[in-house]
Write a protein that binds this ligand. Sequence first.
Ligand code: ADP
Ligand code: MG
Length: 262
Amino acid sequence: MSAVEVTDVAVTLDGTPILHGVDLAVTGGEWVTVIGPNGAGKSTLLRAIGGMVGFRGRIRLFGRDIRRLRRRERARLVATVPQAPVVPPGMAVLDYVLLGRTPYIPPLGRESAADLAAATDVLDRLDLAGFAERQLATLSGGERQRVFLARALAQGATLLMLDEPTAALDIGHQQEVLELVDGLRRDHGLTVLATMHDLSIAGEYADRMVLLAGGRVAADGPCQEVLTEELLSTHYRARVRVVDGAHGPLVVPVRPSASSAH
Ligand code: ADP
Ligand code: MG
C-alpha cells in the first residue's frame, strides 16, 4: 500500500521558491531517507507532507488527499519529530509525551487511562521511565531528542517522519534510537520517512534514498545508487570515498589534496 504519494509538489516561502516539482513515493512499511545539502528543502518537504506548510501539487497519505484530512485524522496517520521542536517552558517529560495523545482525547476532555498507559509504555521502551517527572528543559540534548521521539511514538501514527533525529545524539544513542525505530517498523508495520546528515548511518537503515538538491529530486533509488562518489561530489561539493559495508555503502570524507596542505 502507498503510504506517501507526493506528486509535482512546489512550495514557496515568503516569495522564495523552495521546492520545485518534487515527486516522492513511500510504500507502507518502507524506510525512505531524504538526504541533501543544507538548504536543499528536506525539512520543507517533510513539513508539506505533515500539513504544516502550504504547497501546490498533490500529496496523498495512505491514499487520502491531505487537503481533505481534518487535523485529528491527519495526526492519527502521521507523526513528525521536527528538526527543532518547540518546547513549552516548564513542562514535565510525561506531560509532553501525553501531548502526543491529543488526537485521541475528545475536545475539552482529559486523557484516559489508555492514553496514560500508551505514554508510559513509550517512555519505558525509550529508557526514559526515570525522567517522567523531570522538566524537559533540564535534560541533555540527547535525552530531549529521545523525549521528542517518545511524543511522536505515543501518537500511534502509522507514518513516522523524523527530521534529523540523530543530530544531537552520540553514536551509541544514535544506534539505540534508530534500532528502536527499525524494530517498530518490523513489529508494527510503521512506515518511516527521515532526513539525515550522517550518510553512512542513513544508508544502514534506509531501504531507499532520495537526494534533494536545490529543491529538486536529484536521485531516487536504492542506497547503493544514491550514495555514489559522483552524486555526492556534485551535490555536496564534498570529496568522499564510498566503500561497501555490511548493511550498505559507507561514506568516508577524504581531505582534498592532503599532499599540498603543507
Ligand atoms: P534543509 O532542511 O534541506 O536544510 P529547509 O527545508 O530547512 O532545508 O530550507 C530550504 C530553504 O528554504 C533554505 O534555503 C531556507 O533558507 C529557505 N527557507 C526556509 N524557510 C523560509 C522562509 N520562511 N522564507 C524564505 N526562505 C525560507
Ligand atoms: Mg532541515
